[in-house]
Design a protein around this ligand. Structure first.
Ligand SMILES: NC(=O)c1ccc[n+]([C@@H]2O[C@H](COP(=O)([O-])OP(=O)(O)OC[C@H]3O[C@@H](n4cnc5c(N)ncnc54)[C@H](OP(=O)(O)O)[C@@H]3O)[C@@H](O)[C@H]2O)c1
Length: 338
């Protein structure tokens, strides 16, 4: 059984949690702070950060010293150039080390007839392209930390919804807005969310292969994996998209049942925190997919590696294609590929 108390001591370490201001991200921040980590919430607004800090202040096991280790990094993942500028700003202001990055922020239920300012489907833009741009720009700092301190980890928050991407990633559709209504729109939104979560997995796989594996060969511990939190029914995920909420009754049912019976956001944060901190994974292969293990009552017990259910999630050709597409997208958006 893994509990927040089992997170190892993280004194001196520095972590960034994207979307750390609420729900699963906030519980991730909470667990890292409790174990002496210096934590940056990378989020869209100072007000969201202030709100998160207020929530943490009310918790009995969070003290003033812990809150002094909590910081804000502005990050909007909806544009690649801006996400890159945020990473550059972070590295400029915090040049000494960065040990953990958890790419947790995510959206779903987006309109399918609108594109981002970079010209891409909104879900893929935020969940994948924004993270791609932010994280690859942090690589020099992560590399330096791996060489100097010897244990650096990137964890991408994915979802078992990656399996909705039954045909892999349809690159052409990323720049093609579609107009759907009713159930069609809903199915389309799930498929787009699934494709973005598949992209998180492929990014983790390719980043581990191309960046972390060579570092490990040189004796510097660095790895990249991805984690599915489990189904947490009452976060903002199903209700904050521009494409509208899930149909009212379904949304209400999910929220009410989530408050009583669902996995909590804290339970949802456990797997990504475990992957980001446990000493148990040091000798394993990486670029892998981790999921929660539950007991007979559906409560979180521990986390384990799982072989993905679709061939796309381990398709190295697709991962390389996505990487190249993302690099080109970053340059088109006015950013620099590394
Ligand atoms: N809930 C589940 O059942 C479930 C299941 C599987 C996987 N997941 C994954 O878990 C992660 C967290 O989901 P959640 O349920 O905690 O969702 P949530 O409550 O909606 O929180 C999403 C977070 O992402 C941030 N975000 C959204 N758009 C952003 C942008 N453009 N730039 C920067 N940050 C942005 C939000 O910031 P604001 O507060 O500013 O909006 C918020 O902090 C997601 O990656 C999701 O795919 C969730």
């Amino acid at each position: 059984m893994f509990t927040p108390d089992d997170v190892p001591d993280l004194s001196g370490r520095v972590a960034i949690v994207t979307g750390g201001n609420r729900s699963i991200g906030l519980e991730t921040v909470y667990m890292l702070l409790r174990k002496n980590c210096n934590v940056w919430i990378a989020g869209r607004s100072q007000s969201g950060f202030d709100e998160a800090k207020k929530i943490l202040e009310t918790r009995q096991d969070i003290n003033k010293e812990m809150l002094e280790r909590l910081h804000f990094q502005k990050l909007d993942l909806s544009g690649m150039k801006n996400a890159q500028l945020s990473a550059q700003e972070f590295a400029r202001n915090n040049p000494s080390r960065l040990d953990i990055v958890i790419g947790n922020a995510g959206i779903s239920m987006q309109r399918s007839d609108e594109l981002s300012s970079d010209g891409y489907e909104l879900t893929m833009q935020t969940n994948h392209f924004g993270h791609f741009s932010f994280i690859i720009t942090l690589l020099p700092l992560l590399t330096k930390t791996a060489k100097e301190h010897g244990d650096v980890r990137v964890v991408m928050t994915t979802s078992d919804a990656y399996a909705y991407a039954t045909n892999g990633i349809d690159f052409e559709s990323l720049t093609r807005p579609t107009m759907q209504t009713g159930m069609r729109a809903l199915t389309d939104q799930f498929a787009r969310y699934g494709a973005s979560k598949l992209a998180n997995m492929l990014f983790a796989r390719e980043l581990d292969r191309g960046w972390a594996t060579p570092l490990r060969k040189q004796g510097a511990m660095a790895y990249v994996d991805c984690a599915h939190p489990g189904a947490i029914l009452n976060t903002g995920l199903g209700s904050s998209g521009s494409g509208g909420q899930l149909p009212g009754v379904i949304n209400l049912a999910l929220r009410v049942s989530g408050n009583f019976a669902g996995f909590s956001a804290l339970e949802g944060a456990m797997t990504q925190v475990w992957v980001a901190t446990t000493p148990d994974l040091k000798d394993k292969d990486h670029g892998k997919y981790y999921v929660p293990v539950t007991n007979w009552r559906g409560r979180y017990v521990s986390s384990e590696e799982k072989a993905p259910d679709t061939k796309w999630a381990t398709d190295d050709e697709l991962a390389a294609k996505l990487w190249k597409y993302s690099e080109d997208a970053l340059v088109k958006a006015g950013g620099q590929s590394t």
